[in-house]
Design a protein around this ligand. Structure first.
Ligand code: NAD
Length: 438
């Protein structure tokens, strides 16, 4: 049977999920309460940057298989399977996740349902949320059978299309064989493509997502903690990471020391996980995550400190070029961006900061309007006393340091991502500083 699918919340996750569901052959209706986003998506334009997404979106909007709406009424009448992809940001001034968007989606959708439905949560939520929502759905007493499943999403921004069509695993948190069967049917092409499935209860599914993100964050902070030791001992953290990473039990991925993690997921998921553990009386289990977070936040100050050192502790009258604004390459997402955080701190010290990013300029301008934004790398580096490499875009890695040296006032580079080719830069006359690579 071919199910009709809705995707509620069409941001980075939902827009990608909607286009990929259409690619799998389903008729899909995306729902978002932001009319500008809906209009853009209906025109086949992705309102953010995600490689490979726009052609896929356009293909399926043009074929008529994919549409977007602001109407829950339309969604309720259309869908058999409703994917919940709304945001769960960190609450202002707290560690806990803001669940108001998830709750609102359930309140708005469920009373309107006129067809038997499976609601599938994909947003990252505190453990216990799915159980709570299942109770709420029962209270709302929809006139048709409605079930809830939780299938957390593991896609990476920048690789989201590939990750959605060929995920390294699917996790189905379900309460019935019927829900599992339905999910297996919806994801049949993905499962046939070789993605393994873990079927479990709600809590395990919810924990799978925050558990994975906490592990990745811990790995990053671990190597960054070692970078601090490298700075005090003269060791080189990139060689150290190679030495550790050859051990298959450890692995080399996520052992790149530098400016630390950011974005709309890892930092807030870690904090929400700690907050939830506290609510459950299990705070002690996750106290180590406080340290993971603290190590990560120290990296930003570390780059500022190295910059101060390079500038001889003189900020006034100094020009600082910042290469990168996105929280990582291949996205325009600047949520909790370490690069912009560093740019902002340096700006507050009184230096003239000029930022360039291949894709994230509009978002950066909106969120940090007081910084100067350059037209190009060359423009950002014009007359700079130090260049900070803060987002590891390929474009930055391919720069010719000999050419760039002619633009700057003094050829100082701080490689916050430890991925520029140090010998090449030094040969071109640059003073190169990495992190944990003294
Ligand atoms: P986002 O802010 O880009 O998108 C959320 C969208 O939901 C927005 O377009 C917003 O307008 C819409 N929305 C919010 N409440 C709504 C409502 N009640 N009804 C209709 N639309 C509503 O966020 P995102 O990055 O796509 O993340 C969404 C969720 O997915 C979060 O829980 C996040 O942690 C999780 N997640 C994201 C990614 C990712 O790559 N971004 C990966 C895995 C998991």
């Amino acid at each position: 049977m071919s199910y009709r699918i809705t995707v509620i919340g069409t941001g980075y996750l939902g827009a990608t999920h909607a286009a990929c569901m259409a690619e799998l052959g389903f008729d899909v209706l995306g729902v978002d309460f932001d009319p500008a986003k809906v209009a853009s998506l209906n025109d086949g334009r992705v309102p953010f940057f995600e490689p490979e997404l726009e052609p896929l979106l356009r293909k399926h909007v043009e074929s008529g298989r994919l549409r977007f709406t602001t109407s829950y009424q339309e969604a309720a009448e259309f869908g058999d399977v409703h994917f919940l992809c709304v945001g769960t940001p960190q609450r202002d001034g707290e560690y806990a996740a803001d669940m108001s968007y998830v709750d609102a989606a359930i309140e708005d959708l469920v009373p309107l349902l006129t067809r038997p439905a499976l609601i599938v949560g994909k947003s990252t939520v505190p453990v216990g949320t799915a159980g709570r929502l299942a109770d709420r759905i029962a209270e709302l007493a929809p006139p048709v059978p409605v079930e809830l499943a939780w299938s957390p999403e593991f896609t990476r921004e920048g690789l989201a299309v590939e990750d959605t069509l060929r995920p390294n695993r699917l996790v189905f948190g379900v309460r019935s064989e019927h829900a599992e069967k339905l999910l297996r049917e919806v994801f049949a092409p993905v499962i046939d493509g070789g993605s393994p499935v873990v079927v479990c209860d709600y809590a395990t599914a919810e924990l799978a997502k925050v558990g994975a993100n906490s592990f990745l964050a811990t790995k990053i902070s671990y190597i960054n903690a070692l970078a601090e030791l490298c700075d005090t001992t003269g060791a080189d953290v990139t060689l150290l990471a190679d030495a550790l990473g050859h051990d298959e039990r450890i692995g080399r991925q996520f052992l790149n020391a530098g400016l630390g993690y950011g974005g709309g997921c890892l930092p807030k998921d870690l904090r929400a996980f700690m907050a939830r553990a506290g609510e459950l009386g299990a705070e002690e289990a996750l106290t180590f995550l406080r340290e993971v977070d603290a190590i990560n936040m120290r990296r930003r100050q570390k780059v500022v400190d190295v910059t101060a050192d390079v500038l001889g502790n003189q900020w006034i009258g100094k020009r600082v070029a910042v290469l990168g604004a996105a929280f990582k390459p291949n996205t325009d997402d600047i949520r909790d961006s370490p690069a912009l955080n560093v740019a902002g701190r340096i700006h507050l010290h009184g230096a003239a900061v000029s930022v360039y990013d291949p894709k994230a300029m509009d978002n950066a301008r909106r969120s940090f309007p007081t910084l100067r934004y350059a037209e190009s790398v060359m423009d950002a580096c014009q007359g700079a006393h130090v260049v900070l490499h803060l987002t590891a875009w390929q474009e930055f890695r391919e720069l010719d340091p000999a050419v760039l040296a002619k633009t700057v006032a003094t050829p100082n580079v701080i490689d916050g991502q430890n991925c520029l080719d140090r010998p090449t830069w030094r040969r071109a006359g640059w003073s190169y500083r990495g992190l944990g690579r003294s």
